[in-house]
Write a protein that binds this ligand. Structure first.
Ligand SMILES: [Zn+2]
Length: 318
């Protein structure tokens, strides 16, 4: 189910996917075991956020293996496509191990290839990375400290000592484009980012807080700017390791001065469309990559594509 048509941001790279998640089969042990024995089933190995991809001149695609070729590791059901093919993920070593890969085959992260993969593969890799990250970091019961065991579909774990059940975590984060009465956009450079990278403001939603409250609080904390008229734009998962990015716009009433929180930001300033384009063209500034929701929100405000890319990985939300 592609996100095109659902969001004013257009199609977001990590909010794509065509495979039915088959949630009703997650408790059906027999169905899952039969699917694992089916040679048509495809398995995607994920190791520390990396999967294998095949890359040629005009496309990038995931490399799957059959269940019998799959590495050992925690297994999880990703879903089933229209042709009845079932997809699993495994958090474990990538196929091929230490061997050199053939030409065109390489390890890649979601950040690197998320915007390049076709819809099916983008959805599967996003889902698999999110579950693999959770399994890799949630191995013990938070109540009693015993080792937990995954259910047959790998979408929950249970504690054999106290019987408690545990589900994957997703941490909501807000990311927001703020404009002033001249429709200039507030861009900031994080203190931890090298060089000339700027983006819009972002931060985690705190316990007991709405997303809109988080937008207002984060903008005020980081830049001293009070915003009103907070409105939702769209979302995409960002499972590095477990965020859901909620995109917003907000308005800054006139007559305010920026007061940067230097713990968080190196600088923040208002940009008109002309100023931003000039700074990007002169390579004085760079924007986040196309895989990010930030890039889509900035380009939606600008009114079209902008000429910029980060070459390194984008930062995690603060
Ligand atoms: Zn327990």
């Amino acid at each position: 189910m592609s996100s095109a048509g659902f969001s004013p941001l257009g199609e977001l790279a990590l909010a794509r996917g065509t495979v039915d998640r088959m949630t009703k089969r997650r408790t059906d042990k027999d169905w899952i075991e039969a699917a694992w024995k089916d040679r048509r089933s495809r398995v995607l190995a994920v190791d520390q956020g990396h999967a294998l991809v095949r890359e040629d001149a005009d496309r990038v695609e995931l490399i799957f293996v059959s269940p019998e070729e799959a590495p050992s590791g925690t297994r999880f059901l990703l879903g089933q496509d229209e042709d009845g093919v079932v997809y699993f993920g495994v958090s474990g070593p990538l196929p091929g191990g230490q061997e050199a890969y053939e030409l065109g085959i390489r390890k890649a992260t979601l950040r690197e290839v998320g915007a390049l993969l076709p819809d099916r593969d983008a959805g599967l890799l996003t889902h698999a990375v999110a579950l693999a990250n959770w399994h890799d970091t949630h191995t013990h019961c938070p109540l009693c400290g015993s080792a937990t065991f995954p259910d047959p579909a790998g979408h929950s774990t249970f504690c054999p000592v106290d019987g408690s059940e545990h589900f994957p975590r997703t941490d909501p984060a807000v990311i927001m484009l703020v404009t002033d009465p001249q429709d200039r956009c507030l861009l900031a450079r994080n203190a931890a980012w090298p060089g000339r990278r700027v983006s819009i403001l972002a931060g985690f939603v705190e316990p007991g807080e709405s997303a809109e409250q988080a937008v207002i609080r984060e903008v005020a904390e980081e830049t001293g700017i009070t915003v009103i008229n907070v409105r939702y734009l769209g979302s995409q998962p960002w499972p590095m390791p477990r965020s859901l990015m909620l995109g917003f716009r907000a308005d800054a009433p006139a007559g305010q001065d920026i007061a940067v929180d230097h713990e968080e930001l190196a600088e923040a300033q208002w940009f008109s469309r002309e100023d931003l384009l000039a700074a990007l063209n002169s390579r004085e500034l760079a924007l986040p990559p196309r895989v990010s929701i930030a890039r889509h929100i900035i380009e939606a405000w600008y009114g079209g594509p902008l000429p910029s890319a980060w070459t390194g990985p984008p930062p995690p939300p603060r």
